[in-house]
Design a protein around this ligand. Structure first.
Ligand SMILES: Nc1ncnc2c1ncn2[C@@H]1O[C@H](COP(=O)(O)OP(=O)(O)OP(=O)(O)O)[C@@H](O)[C@H]1O
Ligand SMILES: [Mg+2]
Length: 279
């Protein structure tokens, strides 16, 4: 069954006086990839955690199929929504296969602890994230990128209709980043993911949400949203936006780096830099 997720007048915060997110309305498009972008501390993770019911709203509501999340039993939510937080913490000394298997908990019944469907989901999730060969290793003995892929495998094994991913590509080398993003696109599920790389966001998002200071400042298709004006408004960064040579999606090219104080003027690099600097 396909589930619909949204937020209405959402107010989120960690203390009474300072809301981090204030009055956020959002409809997540069904079966598509939604990417949230925005500067550090603007409230992306806070929003995602509220969408996954890890954080209770101070006002407004998160709605799953039109029903307030707060009123839905935890087990039903866990069967519908998978959430990979920004910095998940693994139980000490747990192995890769055991951690990925924990993704199956919402599907288990007391009379049937482990089914063939569980086994299949775990095996498939590990294969798709390229961690099969790490199965028996302790998670805390892995590299940052390996560990990240194990967490993604766990979220995939949960086999939910809705998947919320907070910076899933952090720590990954470029090839594994592309693998994960392609995987996300192929899944034909509703995915909401936070990404910092605007160019990847523009390539992989069906629907892009740009946040600043706890508010949504733009939303829509990447080609509508990603403009030099928006990059300046949201990140305070001068950049040019050109068509991506491979996909045609918007490609953000920041202004040239400042010259090295000891570099001699007039070198080939400096000349190229002068030409490239946006005016
Ligand atoms: N557990 C917490 N307790 C108190 N304040 C918090 C907590 N988590 C986040 N905050 C604050 O809430 C604000 C938004 O944080 P959030 O983690 O949502 O930002 P973000 O957009 O995900 O940033 P980043 O890109 O750095 O991950 C920040 O000012 C942060 O300091
Ligand atoms: Mg965050």
């Amino acid at each position: 069954m396909s589930h619909r997720l949204g937020a209405r007048g959402l107010v989120l915060g960690y203390d009474e006086a300072h809301p981090v997110v204030d009055g956020l309305d959002l409809e997540i498009p069904d079966g598509q990839v939604t990417v949230i972008v925005g500067p550090n501390a603007c409230g992306k993770s806070t929003t995602l955690r509220a969408l996954g019911r890890l954080l209770k709203p101070r006002g407004g509501a998160v709605l799953l199929d039109g029903q307030e999340l707060a009123r839905i039993p935890t087990r039903r939510i866990a069967q519908a929504i998978g959430l990979l937080p920004q910095s998940p913490v693994a139980p000490e000394a747990i192995t890769v296969v055991d951690l990925v298997s924990r993704g199956r908990q919402p599907h288990q019944r007391w009379w049937q602890q482990w089914s063939e469907a569980d086994e299949r989901a775990v095996t498939e999730a590990m294969a798709r994230t390229d961690v099969t060969s790490l199965a028996d290793r302790p998670v805390d003995a892995l590299s940052g990128g390996q560990r990240q892929r194990v967490w993604i495998a766990m979220a995939l094994a949960q086999d939910t209709d809705l998947l919320l991913l907070d910076e899933p590509t952090t720590f990954l080398d470029i090839a594994h980043q592309v693998d994960v993003l392609n995987l996300v696109r192929r899944m034909e599920r509703t995915v909401v993911t936070v990404l910092h790389d605007l160019n990847q966001a523009a390539r992989y998002a069906d629907f892009l949400v740009a946040m600043k200071d706890g508010r949504i400042v733009a939303r829509g298709r990447p080609e509508e949203v990603v403009t030099a004006g928006l990059v300046h408004e949201v990140f305070g960064l001068e950049a040019v936006v050109v068509p991506d040579p491979v996909t045609g999606s918007p490609l953000v090219v920041p202004g040239a780096p400042v010259p090295h104080p000891k570099s001699a003027p007039g070198t080939a690099r400096d000349t190229a830099r002068e030409k490239a600097t946006p005016t």
